[in-house]
Design a protein around this ligand. Structure first.
Ligand SMILES: Cc1cc2nc3c(=O)[nH]c(=O)nc-3n(C[C@H](O)[C@H](O)[C@H](O)COP(=O)(O)OP(=O)(O)OC[C@H]3O[C@@H](n4cnc5c(N)ncnc54)[C@H](O)[C@@H]3O)c2cc1C
Length: 458
């Protein structure tokens, strides 16, 4: 007999778990909710699957609550768990907890929500391959099974980008290590020379793990722009004098000019540039939506890298580790585009070229792919997304990134029709919302979907 659910959530990473929490909380009658996730543990996905203590959240504890209306919930959880005796609550709120703690928190809250809800949450250990529309909902298919659900939420999260180089596909596994393979990075020998391709947050994770594992050899960092994430301000200030609404009528260039001016004005008042970014952060989605498409394209072409290093910041203690390694000469940044990666007798030979066309050749023992999240939906290699696109149940998002959806997460089909019973949360909404990857946005998206399907409840 076919399994039948009221709601099916596809993906049990942080986003899917936040959605399950919201559905359990808002349900006011017995109903069946399925949470499909192939990984053994819920709430981890890519970001929180790390067991490494050096991998910290890049958002302070005080802002990582699972609930939009209970902003201190994660702080309360952290404070009530052992290991922080004598640490003032204010200091804990501004601290950066190990990411593995966050998965434990989500799982604990999920368990509590299951016990308190009239609804039943049924985790299904499977990767959904296809969705087929029925008159009363959807049939979900996976290897060895199928189920029916009246409403389906797609929360399949972050896809890794393959190493962008000729020859990369034929590199043997121990030579090419994925930065999200946390155990693989930790297994790199201390005297092995390493090149990390990509200089964003996944690079930072890999460097921290190498440093924590006693790595002694040189670490090369390679990216086209050579820009590294910047650090949070230790003072946690917000520039309240700045009115982000003033940016709405402006195009990309004028907005950036205005922001630079604001940073200078803030500096004159003794505030760091981070205070301006903090003020801006809650307005980013609205600002993105108010940019005309050609201005969004301009942002993606010219400003996105600079935006990323200012927006996706690291804990000050993490920046100190990077600076120490750079000062000792063990960390070397190369601004160049990788062309080729081939496996030699005892090493990987990398060739790249810089902006000035000068070529760069590196022989290293391992290359770590830290190129991060793939935004182009056509390149994500997720069979479910390919099927949804192929069958016209979904369409690529603006600029080919993510999936087309409306502001309430309804997926738009190939003809642009919003589907009330097929919704999406997380980084797949990047084209429509831009700021759609971190917990402060995911928890709101999860709430909006649960509210739409189950009413106000909770
Ligand atoms: C390394 C890293 C560190 C980060 N640190 C932070 C941080 O400190 N704070 C913060 O707010 N944000 C952070 N982020 C942003 C992060 O993306 C979100 O916080 C959150 O983890 C995203 O969760 P997700 O569930 O959308 O995606 P994912 O973590 O990618 O989870 C998606 C899940 O869906 C499953 N899945 C995929 N396809 C299918 C399918 N067809 N069927 C069933 N299941 C499927 C996958 O197995 C996976 O478990 C970080 C991101 C990364 C990559």
């Amino acid at each position: 007999m076919q399994l039948r659910f009221d709601i099916a959530i596809i993906g049990g990473g942080a986003a899917g778990t936040l959605a399950a929490l919201q559905c359990l909380r808002r349900a006011d009658r017995a109903m069946r909710i399925a949470l499909f996730e192939p990984a053994p543990r819920l709430g981890e996905g890519v970001a929180y699957a790390t067991d490494r203590p050096e991998h910290l959240l890049n958002v302070p504890t005080g802002r990582m609550s699972a609930w939009p209306d209970r902003p201190h919930d994660f702080l309360d959880w952290i404070a009530s768990h052992a290991g922080h005796p004598g640490v003032a609550r204010e200091a804990l709120a501004h601290a950066y907890a190990p990411r593995r703690e966050y998965a434990r928190y989500l799982r604990e809250r999920l368990q509590q929500a299951r016990e308190a809800s009239p609804a039943t949450l049924e985790p299904v250990r499977a990767r959904v391959d296809a969705l087929h529309r029925e008159s009363d909902g959807w049939t979900l298919r996976w290897a060895g099974g199928e189920a029916h659900a009246r409403q389906v939420l797609v929360a399949v999260g972050n896809a890794a980008r393959p190493l962008p180089a000729r020859g990369a596909r034929s590199l043997p596994a121990p030579r090419l290590v994925d930065a999200w393979d946390y155990a693989g990075v930790a297994a790199i020998a201390p005297d092995a020379e390493v090149c990390i391709v990509g200089t964003g947050l996944s690079m930072v994770d890999a460097v921290l793990t190498l440093a924590a594992s006693g790595h002694r050899a040189r670490i090369h960092l390679l990216s086209r722009h050579g820009l590294l994430p910047l650090a949070h301000d230790t003072g946690h200030q917000v520039d309240e004098a700045f009115d982000p609404d003033a940016l709405h009528p402006l195009g990309t260039r004028a907005r950036l000019r205005r922001l630079r001016r604001q940073v200078r004005e803030a500096a004159a008042r003794g505030l760091p540039w981070q205070a301006v970014m903090e003020r801006l952060r809650p307005h980013v989605q609205a600002l993105w939506r108010s940019l005309p498409a050609r201005e969004q394209r301009r942002f993606l072409r010219h400003a996105v890298r600079h935006w990323d290093i200012h927006r996706h910041r690291i804990a000050p203690s993490v920046q100190a580790v990077l600076e120490d390694l750079a000062a000792s000469g063990r960390l070397r940044v190369h601004r160049a585009r990788l062309d080729m990666a081939v496996s030699g007798q005892r090493c990987v030979q990398l060739t790249a070229h810089g902006r000035d066309r000068r070529s760069l050749a590196l022989d290293v023992d391992h290359v770590v792919n830290a190129t991060g999240v793939e935004m182009r939906v056509q390149a994500m290699r997720n069979p479910l997304l390919e099927q949804l696109l192929g069958d016209g149940h979904a369409a690529p998002g603006a600029h080919g990134i993510g999936l087309a959806s409306d502001a309430d997460g309804r997926l738009l089909d190939a003809r642009g029709r919003a589907q009330d019973d097929l919704r999406v949360i997380g980084s797949l909404r990047i084209g429509e919302a831009w700021e759609s990857i971190a917990v402060p946005e995911l928890r709101v998206q999860a709430e909006v979907v649960a509210r739409a399907w189950l009413g106000r409840g909770g």
